[in-house]
Ligand binder design. Structure first.
Ligand code: PLP
Length: 413
């Protein structure tokens, strides 16, 4: 019997493209399943297990019966640990009603967009950008306005770029320092200049600081939050929504805890929205996060130093390859080399699979086929001349990966 079905994907999904990273990941997994030694540089998470003190705090929470619903926006103990973290690390004062805990930084951003954006509101997104930003803005019926922050600008926008992109409909600027995918870090003066434009125009700033603890400048001067320039640029704190979380700094990607700090009316709206979707983030993860934020921080500092060595190894290695140009990232655990000099070239070995390389996706396919190295095409981040390589892997893998790429590209003519 044929039935006339009303089942059809909702229209709000029509603008959502398929992730460009999926094809490479699928290919890498397929090869791995066949026993091929594929080196993956696509990880978006630290390559260590969550620290022992945090695991123990989670086990204690289970034993103590912290296994029931909690307040939607997080238990007070976690809010207080977050408030303390902002005081200590960022010299920022927040109250409990200005903080909401959600199920990961991605969920925090999702809720923020839904609480703040009306249909047609414009959101300025510097490119290269984290893949989820435009997608989430679109789901919230906002309009992503992509602003070029190319390699020649150190992958950053300046105050003039920002001002020129503002229209009557602009609601928010997205800042991500240190950045995924480029590792770019904004300096104090750059942040101050952007803050001035935001305040002059009354535009909100979403400051995604999830890689804050992984910055490779002087350890005495950690990455600053744009909100912390409120003395010099009065009003910027009220316009800023800081998104942060425990995923990257504490190797807790699976625990799903992120948080937002900002204007209490918007935070309240986020809480209402969250109350009708996920309710509270997992109680056990919340108690684990109290320990992550308030407990011993030495592991975070150790991890940063390990990543610094890896960063230096991968940048030096990639820059030693003819045709690759790689800027040194100031933070996070990604490099974003320019590989466009290989576009238009074709592999010269006898394989029938060789077709001319037209873009970053083709180059990533070439690397997986010929070098057995998995990378993420830059097109996914709005920068098709590049690929993203994560250095959340061992120095041995970095050295081996670099030498495989070096060897493979000699076949391109
Ligand atoms: N923001 C950026 C820039 C990220 O790279 C990520 C994760 O990859 C997130 C936010 C979200 O982190 P999570 O939802 O795992 O806490």
């Amino acid at each position: 019997m044929t039935i006339k079905s009303r089942i059809k994907v909702a229209e709000r999904f029509s603008g959502l493209g398929e992730s460009q990273t999926l094809a490479i990941t699928a290919k890498a997994n397929e090869l791995k399943a066949q026993g091929v030694d594929v080196l993956s540089f696509s990880a978006g998470e630290p390559d260590v297990s969550t620290y022992e003190n945090i695991k123990k705090a989670a086990i204690a929470a289970i034993i103590n019966g912290e296994t029931k619903y909690t307040a939607v926006g997080g238990v007070n103990e976690l809010k207080d640990a977050i408030i303390e973290k902002f005081k200590t690390d960022n010299n920022l004062d927040y109250s409990r009603d200005e903080i909401i805990v959600s199920c990961g930084g991605k969920h925090s951003f999702f809720n923020l967009c839904h609480a703040l954006i009306n249909p047609g509101d414009e959101v300025i997104i510097p490119a290269p950008y984290w893949v989820s930003y435009p997608a989430i803005v679109k789901i919230a019926e906002g309009v992503p306005v992509i602003l070029d922050a190319g390699e020649e600008k150190g992958f950053k926008i300046n105050a003039e770029d920002f001002q020129n992109a503002i229209t009557d409909k602009t609601k928010m600027l997205l800042l991500n320092s240190p950045s995924n995918p480029t590792g770019a870090v904004y300096s104090d003066s750059e942040l101050k200049a952007l803050a001035e434009v935001a305040v002059k125009n009354g535009v909100a700033v979403m400051s995604d600081e999830i890689y804050e603890k992984l910055s490779y400048g002087s350890t005495d001067s950690p990455v600053k939050s744009i909100a912390s320039f409120n003395d010099e640029v009065p009003g910027i704190k009220d316009l800023t929504f800081i998104i942060n979380g425990v995923s990257k700094a504490y190797a807790m990607t699976g625990w799903r805890i992120g948080y937002t700090a900002g204007n209490k009316d918007i935070v309240k709206a986020m809480s209402k929205y969250q109350s009708q979707s996920t309710s509270n983030p997992t109680s056990i993860s919340q108690w684990a996060s109290v320990e992550a934020l308030s407990g011993d921080q030495s592991k975070v500092n150790e991890m940063r130093e390990v990543f610094r060595e890896r960063r230096d190894a991968i940048v030096d290695g990639l820059n030693s390859i003819d045709g690759i140009n790689c800027l040194t990232p100031g933070g996070a655990f990604y490099v974003f080399p320019n590989v466009s000099s290989f576009f238009g070239k074709t592999c010269t070995d006898s394989s029938s699979e060789c077709t001319p390389i037209k873009n970053s996706a083709d180059f990533a396919s070439f690397l997986i086929d010929k070098a057995k190295v998995a990378v993420v095409p830059g097109g996914a981040f709005g920068a098709d001349d590049h690929i993203r390589m994560s250095f959340a892997c061992s120095i041995e893998d970095i050295n081996e990966g670099v030498s495989r790429i070096k060897e493979a590209v000699t076949k391109l003519k």
